[in-house]
Design a protein around this ligand. Sequence first.
Ligand SMILES: C[S@@+](CC[C@H](N)C(=O)[O-])C[C@H]1O[C@@H](n2cnc3c(N)ncnc32)[C@H](O)[C@@H]1O
Length: 235
Amino acid sequence: MVPVLSNRLKACCQFVRPGDRVADVGCDHGYLGIYLLLSGVARSVIAADVNTGPLDSARRNGEKYAVADRMTFCLSDGVSSLPRDFDCLVCAGMGADSMISILSAAPWLQDSRYHFILQCQSKTPALRRYLTDQGYSIRRETLARDGKFFYPVMDIVYAPGTVLSEAECYLSPGLLDSGSDLLIPYASRILDGLRKTAAGLSSVGGPVYEDKLRLIAELESMVNLPQGRKEEDCT
Ligand SMILES: C[S@@+](CC[C@H](N)C(=O)[O-])C[C@H]1O[C@@H](n2cnc3c(N)ncnc32)[C@H](O)[C@@H]1O
C-alpha cells in the first residue's frame, strides 16, 4: 500500500533521482518521503518540520506504512537542525518568503553536491529571481495541476552563472522546455493576472504601467499566445 499523493507532490517526486537520500523540509504528514521509500526511489528520508504536530503525524504515518526505520524525524526550523548527509532537499507547499528565508539561513546549501526540489505556493517569480541571484540554477521545471490550481515544480542545483530576465522569472526556460500540456493554460493564467494589474494602472500610466505592458508583450511572445487570449480558451 502506497499513500495517494496529489499531482503537486507527484510532480516533486518525479525529480528525485533513484538512490537519493532525501530531506523533506516542511514534511507535514510525511507522505512524500513515505511514497519515495515505498516506490523504491529514495534510499532514505529525513522528514523535517518546524512544528511537533506535523512531525508526530509523519512519524505515525511512517510506522503505519512500515518505513519508519528508513526515516529520520527531525524537529527543525528550515535546515538549521538537519543532518547534512542528504542528496536531495525537497521543500513543498510553502510560500516564496519562507523558502527564501530557509535557504538564506544556510549558506552551506550553496554546494553542487545537493539538488533541491522546490514547489512554491506563492510569489514564484520572486523565488526564481532570488535563486538565480544566489547562484542557484534551475535545471528542470514542470507543472502540476490539482483542481483549479497550477503548481510549478523546480529542480535546482548550485551552479552560479544563470541570469534570468524579468519575463523568464515568470516563465523560466525550464518551464518553456518542459513539454508540459499545462504550459499554455498556466501562461494564460499568469497573463490574465498581469493584464488585470495593467488595467488597474492604465488610468495613471507612467513607467510602472509601461513596464507591465512590456512584460506582458514579452511573455505573450514567449508562448505564442495571441494578445488578449483568455485562460478559459486554453484549458
Ligand atoms: C502547507 S504544509 C506543506 C506540507 C507538504 N510539504 C506538502 O507540500 O504537502 C507546510 C509545512 O511546512 C512546515 N513549515 C513551515 N515553515 C517551516 C520551516 N521554517 N521549517 C520547517 N518546516 C516548516 C509547516 O509546519 C507545515 O507542516
